[in-house]
Design a protein around this ligand. Structure first.
Ligand code: SF4
Length: 506
């Protein structure tokens, strides 16, 4: 997962971008970069690390201009190296670009470009998209021009969309019709988020609306699926739809990834999490209903849902853990080893709330299960009477090929347990869900485990959404060879041998 910000119409735009990027640092902690355009000069600076450690005063001074974009990255394609950090720059026709998401057919695009002697300098999946878009824009009427038109870019974008398969929101800056222009584009199903806002004559685009909040911009709304929007200071945005296929936003953004104070698509993430907590309470009362002393969120994501859960079941909420605010977010660390050691440091249980009590822990989701196993074992050390666990999403049993780092099926604990039990199916309800919960509870070391059912999930999100990791319904088809390429890339990046995990697609 990654995050981006683009600003046009503010003096020293790179400084504003650097500040706004820190509001979405949770979307990627491996590297960050900022690109700017002033007159005919493009500038780019990127490095490994967190935003505040990368950009010193001198760097931001050199990143001149009132048009800038920035990116925070954690890899779901390519490595966590500096070469793969975004944004990327194409000298012809002069574009700086970044994205959030996954271009699934990276290898195919790379080969296509190589056949035209167009070499890539990284394994980052936005690079071939940028070069393809550049060459499509320049095809125009044959001759290279000093400045291209909106029509040139729209035609180039439409051609690029036909080739680049996956889920992605793109941000770019370039000279269009003699003017500095910021543009944003979203995939045909709107799987990855993209929001835009304004302040006076200036515009901002970002992965989450919290970027607008912290910079005092008004959030206007989201970029529609398949839409491209062009922004120039003081002028109305130019909006064009080039490839609308339906609304299928990623629900994992609401469940876990986005900040609760953000709006994505047309929803407040916070409100969605409150609703999920209510429905989880229904699920609990219907299928468990055990006596409890306290409910506790696993910080921080589960907090809103725990509040509504507690209200519905009439059991008090307590803070069970103190979070070390100086440690990183474990899920988005690229290696399992780094994730494990970071977690022990991150959460410490409060003895007074845990000892001798019947506790229900609430969490957003279970992906690999390592985090939860360790949380439960640190909690047991404090001698609670019972530990129950409730999750406000269904079991994750399918990989994600759209930009969340869980693209190999064998890494998913629910899938491992499902295989062990000999269970089959795209999602679970009823007796099979109970069997899976029982087995996973044992594995995680808790007295009971309760997932939100897919049926209840649908009451929140309807059917116009991507919930493929829960129900296997992928909006963008993922051909088997593409799946295997992505799986191989992720396994190699984790430093494992491909044969250890081969054939773990759907
Ligand atoms: S598969 Fe899951 S994580 Fe991936 S885009 Fe769909 S809902 Fe989001």
């Amino acid at each position: 997962m990654c995050g981006f910000v683009g600003i046009i119409g503010l003096k020293n735009a790179s400084r504003h971008v650097a500040t706004a990027l820190q509001a979405i640092q949770h979307r990627g902690q491996d590297s960050a970069g900022i690109g700017t355009k002033k007159g005919n000069h493009f500038r780019l600076y990127k490095d490994l690390g967190l935003v505040h450690t990368i950009f010193a005063e001198d760097d931001l001074k050199r990143l001149e201009g009132s048009c800038a974009l920035g990116h925070v990255r954690y890899p779901t394609m390519g490595s966590a190296s500096k070469e793969d950090a975004q944004p990327f720059y194409s000298r012809w026709p002069g574009i700086i670009m970044a994205h959030n998401g996954n271009i699934m057919n990276f290898e195919e695009m790379k080969k296509y470009l190589l056949d035209q002697s167009n070499y890539l300098s990284s394994r980052c999946d936005i690079e071939p998209v940028l070069y393809l878009l550049s060459s499509e824009i320049m095809k125009g009427n044959g001759k290279p021009k000093a400045s291209y038109t909106v029509e040139d870019v729209l035609r180039g974008m439409a051609e690029t969309y036909k080739v680049a398969k996956g889920a992605y929101s793109i941000v770019g800056i370039m000279n269009i019709e003699g003017e500095d222009t910021l543009f944003v584009a979203r995939d045909a199903y709107g799987i990855r988020p993209a929001m835009w806002g304004r302040k006076g004559d200036a515009y901002m685009v970002a992965s989450e609306s919290v970027c607008m909040d912290v910079m005092d911009f008004d959030t206007v709304g989201s970029v529609a699926p398949g839409e491209v929007i062009f922004f120039r200071p003081g002028k109305e945005p130019l909006r064009e739809s080039i490839d609308y296929k339906g609304k299928r936003p990623c629900i994992f953004e609401y469940i876990y990834f986005a900040r609760p104070d953000s709006r994505i698509n047309d929803d407040d993430v916070y409100k969605v999490r409150l609703k999920l907590g209510e429905l989880l309470a229904e699920e609990w009362k219907e299928r468990r209903g055990y006596e409890l002393d306290v409910v506790m969120p696993i910080p921080d994501t589960a907090r809103p849902s725990t509040i509504t859960f507690s209200e519905k079941v009439g059991v008090p909420v307590r803070e069970g853990f103190i979070k070390n605010r100086y440690s990183g977010r474990t899920f988005i660390m690229p290696h399992q080893g780094a994730r494990k050691s970071a977690l022990r440091l991150k959460l410490n249980p409060i003895d007074a709330e845990v000892r001798g009590r019947r506790i229900l822990l609430i969490d957003d989701s279970i992906v690999r299960g390592n985090t939860l196993k360790q949380i439960v074992s640190t909690l047991e050390y404090k001698k609670p009477k019972e530990i129950h666990l409730a999750i406000y999403s269904p079991p994750v049993i399918h990989p994600c090929f759209y930009g969340i780092d869980m693209s190999t099926r064998n890494e998913l604990i629910a899938y491992q347990m499902m295989k062990e039990l000999g269970l089959d199916g795209e999602s679970f309800d009823g007796e099979n869900l109970e069997k899976l919960e029982e087995r996973m509870a044992k594995e995680l070391g808790v007295d009971s485990l309760t997932f939100l059912s897919v049926g209840r999930l649908n009451r929140v999100f309807g059917k116009e959404r991507c919930a493929a990791c829960f129900d296997g319904d992928y909006p963008v088809p993922v051909p088997e060879d593409v799946k295997q390429c992505i799986i191989r890339d992720r396994i190699l990046q984790r430093g494992e041998k491909p044969e250890d995990d081969a054939g773990d697609g759907e």
